[in-house]
Ligand binder design. Structure first.
Ligand code: ACO
Length: 323
């Protein structure tokens, strides 16, 4: 049996930060409202000339450094993103070229919004398990600030930009133990950017492709799905709650994270939380949080970890892994 092991991690945040106090000057909101409802204090915003592929490149190079590898050692590039630089080619192809990976290995993007990184891990894991590739670079990267209406207080306070990456390598021991993916397209209208190439294209041309969200409806589903997928992960693997060392959840809202931790009977000091400083960076949030915890030596070899994501679609899922 072949497994995919994480052998390197990296992340990148744009230099510019946007605090709640600064947002108070932009829309009718308060630091108190934002922090008490979401746990967010500040988020990072990409510079005007900074693209998703730029963020992805920084995170990738850091992950390759930490793995002690060169770009040419990578056989597969998978980028989870909702905010690709352009309609096509994919960010993965742009990144493959930028990194100098010219070995003809596959490269593609995955679009599952905030669950994107979990979806990307599932796919890369399967490529490695099947023996198709030996090493994969898996990235979550977003410039979500570009699809935010900065006059809409209900959404603009929530999101931020960033990128995180992991390098996976084939190994005899897990590594990734199991992955669990779900989607329910009936709820596509509750959280969406309802513009694109084949609908409302004129709004795209006018620069008006913005995130719309029915926040409290999304909140209820997010809590249920995040809790259910943890139960599913534990029961399929015949694990007890006490077997889990770390939870690395999607960073949308500290109240959703706390509800999932309660369900796992996991104290909050075993949950990686970055939402206070990053906001919701969509597909980048899990690998950003994961890299931070690895670099701070909180997550260490031998730990058992659940990553879990929830996003528009709805899409949700988890990855159970051993370091
Ligand atoms: N500042 C001040 N007041 C605000 C703001 C703001 N920024 N935004 C909304 N309000 C007001 C609303 O207008 C409403 O006012 P009203 O009662 O007079 O109508 C009031 O605050 C309460 O609004 P609610 O929506 O009930 O607030 P709630 O407690 O649900 O919190 C939030 C809102 C933070 C958006 C929450 O619903 C949430 O986190 N939802 C889930 C987000 C999520 O998980 N997304 C996951 C995936 S994201 C992706 O895939 C892209």
């Amino acid at each position: 049996m072949t497994y995919a092991r994480i052998i390197g991690t990296g992340s990148y945040l744009p230099k510019k930060t946007l605090t709640n106090t600064e947002l108070e000057r932009m829309v009718d909101t308060t630091d108190e409202w934002i922090f008490s409802r979401t746990g967010i204090r500040e988020r990072h915003i990409a510079a005007d000339d900074e693209k998703t592929s730029d963020l992805a490149e920084h995170a990738s190079r850091r992950a390759l450094d930490s793995a002690g590898l060169q770009p040419a050692d990578i056989d597969l590039v998978v980028v989870a993103t909702t905010t690709a630089d352009q309609v096509f080619p994919s960010v993965a192809c742009l990144l493959q070229d930028r990194l100098g990976i010219h070995n003809g290995g596959p490269a593609f993007d995955v679009q599952a919004v905030c669950a994107g990184f979990v979806y990307a891990m599932d796919l890369a894991n399967k490529f490695i398990q099947c023996g198709v590739v030996g090493r994969a670079l898996v990235i979550g990267a977003e410039t979500f600030s570009r699809i935010i209406d900065w006059t809409d207080r209900e959404t603009c306070v929530l999101f931020g930009d960033g990128a995180g990456a992991v390098v996976l390598e084939a190994a005899e021991q897990p590594g990734v133990v199991s992955t669990h993916l779900h989607a329910d397209g009936r709820y596509h209208e509750l959280l969406a950017v309802p513009t694109g190439v084949s609908i409302n294209y004129k709004q795209v041309l006018k620069g008006e492709a913005y995130t719309q969200m029915q926040g409290s409806e999304v909140f209820k589903f997010a809590v249920k799905c995040m809790v259910d997928v943890v139960d599913e992960t534990l029961s399929i693997n015949r694990l007890n709650k006490s077997d889990i060392d770390w939870l690395v959840p999607h960073q949308a809202n500290s109240r959703i994270i706390a509800a999932t931790a309660r369900k796992l009977s996991l104290s909050m000091d075993k949950v990686i939380v970055t939402v206070d400083r990053h906001g919701n960076t969509s597909a980048a949030s899990i690998p950003l949080a994961f890299d931070e915890a690895v670099r701070e030596h909180r997550i260490v070899p031998g730990d058992t970890i659940i990553m879990e994501g929830f996003g528009g679609g709805f899409t949700w899922g988890s990855v159970l892994l051993r370091m």
